[in-house]
Ligand binder design. Structure first.
Ligand SMILES: [Zn+2]
Ligand SMILES: [Zn+2]
Length: 282
């Protein structure tokens, strides 16, 4: 299981990214659906403070203290700095959980901040980027990024032997260069994300509250066309997951699954996450 998600606009959104044990947003029902996996979560990244993205925090913090499982593991919650609603939730949880068996850490984040996940040969980090949602609240999206190494493009014509020889004479850095590969991007609630923020990501989760532009009355969420345009312009490599779909489209569920798949001219697969259903990506 790579991803476990639940997303229904206005009600609840959360996405569990198992590779790095991260929960992106924590809408209602997260702990009851995740069950024992709630203990696996190391970090929670919150996009903004609306109830449908943070109301599951109360259950998650509590269950890790009370249910059977490893209660020693620290839990870190990252949130947009100066977000009023999340600050209030933080105060409530702190006051009502004075004696936790594990360490609970709240970390304010600003656009551009990097949070290290792994060090070593292939370091990984989460990077925050700004999103546009509502005017009176700070909101963020997040990229999971891996630092990788590749042959310098100017040396691509060399044979294996020539490369080995060059490493011997000039060292490894003369032959390889590092690059930062985005593995997963989550935009939270937002109008169309600026493609530069999620450029070349492998997997993008984009707000798709509206399938039809004419249903959008206020400019604070994205449409399916905008989600696809963002993914195309960002050159998404593998998958676009359209999340936060309004339940008004529930009657069209069959049409939704028909709309998922490979589109002509796009390099990535488009999947519409049906509102109100648990969705697993293996
Ligand atoms: Zn929402
Ligand atoms: Zn929202």
């Amino acid at each position: 299981m790579r991803l476990l998600m639940y997303s229904k606009a206005l009600y609840s959104t959360w996405i569990y990214y198992s590779a790095d044990r991260i929960l992106f947003d924590a809408g209602e029902g997260a702990s009851s659906i995740l069950g024992n996996k709630a203990f696996a979560i190391r970090r929670i990244f919150l996009s903004h403070g609306h109830a449908d993205h943070i109301s599951g925090l109360i259950g998650l913090v509590n269950i890790r203290n009370n249910a059977m499982g490893d209660k020693e593991k620290q839990l870190s919650i990252y949130y947009p700095k100066d977000n009023y609603l999340i600050s209030e939730m933080m105060k409530f949880i702190s006051r009502t959980n004075r004696r936790l068996d594990y360490q609970l850490e709240w970390v304010p984040v600003e656009p551009g901040d990097r949070i290290e996940l792994l060090s070593g040969q292939m370091p990984r980090y989460v990077e925050a980027f700004p999103t546009v949602h509502v005017h009176n609240e700070v909101s963020l999206g997040y990229n999971v990024v891996e630092v990788r190494h590749r042959l310098r493009p100017e040396l691509s014509g060399l044979s294996q032997e020539e490369i080995v020889q060059k490493v011997r004479t000039d060292g490894r850095d003369a032959v390889s260069e590092s690059y930062h590969q985005k593995l997963f991007s989550y935009g939270g609630d937002s109008v169309g994300i600026k493609p530069a923020y999620v450029a070349d990501t492998e997997v993008l989760c984009h707000d798709t509250t509206f399938l039809d532009e004419s249903d959008r009355k206020e400019y604070k969420h994205a449409t399916l066309a905008e989600a696809i345009a963002c993914a195309r312009d960002a050159r998404v490599k593998k998958e676009l997951y359209c999340v936060h779909i309004s339940s008004r489209y529930k009657a069209q569920l069959k049409k939704l699954s028909a709309a998922s798949g490979h589109y002509d001219g796009l390099d990535f697969k488009v999947t519409l996450i049906p509102p109100g259903r648990i969705y697993v990506v293996d």
